[in-house]
Ligand binder design. Sequence first.
Ligand SMILES: Cc1cc2nc3c(=O)[nH]c(=O)nc-3n(C[C@H](O)[C@H](O)[C@H](O)COP(=O)(O)OP(=O)(O)OC[C@H]3O[C@@H](n4cnc5c(N)ncnc54)[C@H](O)[C@@H]3O)c2cc1C
Length: 298
Amino acid sequence: MSTHAPHTAQPVTLPATLDEAVAALAAQPAAVPVAGGTDLMGAVNGGLLRPTALVGLGRVAELRGWEYRDGHALLGACLTLARMGRPDFAVLMPALAAAARSAGPPQVLNAGTLGGNIISGAPSGDTLPVLAALEAELVIAGADGARREVPVSELLVGREHLRPGELLAYARVPLLHAPQTFLKATGRTGPGRAVASVAVALDPARREVRCAVGAIAQVPLRPLEAEAWIASLVDWDGARTVPPEALAAFGDYVAMACIPDPEPDPATGEVAALSPGLLHLRRTVAALARRGLGRALS
Ligand SMILES: Cc1cc2nc3c(=O)[nH]c(=O)nc-3n(C[C@H](O)[C@H](O)[C@H](O)COP(=O)(O)OP(=O)(O)OC[C@H]3O[C@@H](n4cnc5c(N)ncnc54)[C@H](O)[C@@H]3O)c2cc1C
């Protein structure tokens, strides 16, 4: 482990292993981990964050790769978005690769990491709906070699959190060997942050269709009833198709579940109209879900 203190007041520790990184955090409880810095340095430059010390994760080789284990892919937290977008990764986890490729301009993809995307937990984080649809688990590393696993959704909704001195080490993602899609809508032409995104994954072994909608709420939303309904229509033993009208109905079902009508007024029983902005968002989600499922089944 090497440490240097440049002219700024922030000591920067650059550990070479995961256990050294955890030890460095334990030694300096106020230190903040930094991976690619694409989110963190934005916060520092914007005056939102003044870390007294940094633990850089860029030299921790074991967190920068990925491997197969027990029917899962174990993805290092420091895997860059650019690496995840490459064809060998896309063959196994097409939706995660598509999300990573769309998560910013090239310089951001080259530096930004999976772990940073998860821990930042921005509603528009592109990997998050995919991880939610795939029901990924996160491996968290603590002092003295301790490891614990938490479902990604538990961390995102705040039922679980990183304890002091812990680091996100890996994401454990099941390999479903079936089509998956990720589609996102942005507020402008070309790349940009998602205003809505939809991940769809087929799980033929469990005869399930999984779907998660990103960016429209603080955390990705799973329309579980819509998933179960469409899965019951899929011809799993044949060509894995559904009637064309079912695709459109699935889109509407997902969108209505995620952006429901307002509750009726308790006094009058009247239901207020959805605002034009929310109506537009609902149509966008419906279109993404319909197309995403259509591509997964085609
Ligand atoms: C111009 C621009 C465009 C962008 N567009 C998109 C976009 O379209 N879609 C999208 O999803 N994102 C986008 N981003 C956001 C960003 O690139 C991602 O969130 C990135 O994945 C963050 O990774 P990082 O390694 O840079 O994280 P960092 O900035 O290093 O860290 C982010 C946070 O995570 C913590 N952290 C990092 N690694 C760990 C770890 N292993 N354990 C514990 N804590 C950790 C840090 O302490 C910090 O709080 C954009 C960013 C920029 C600057």
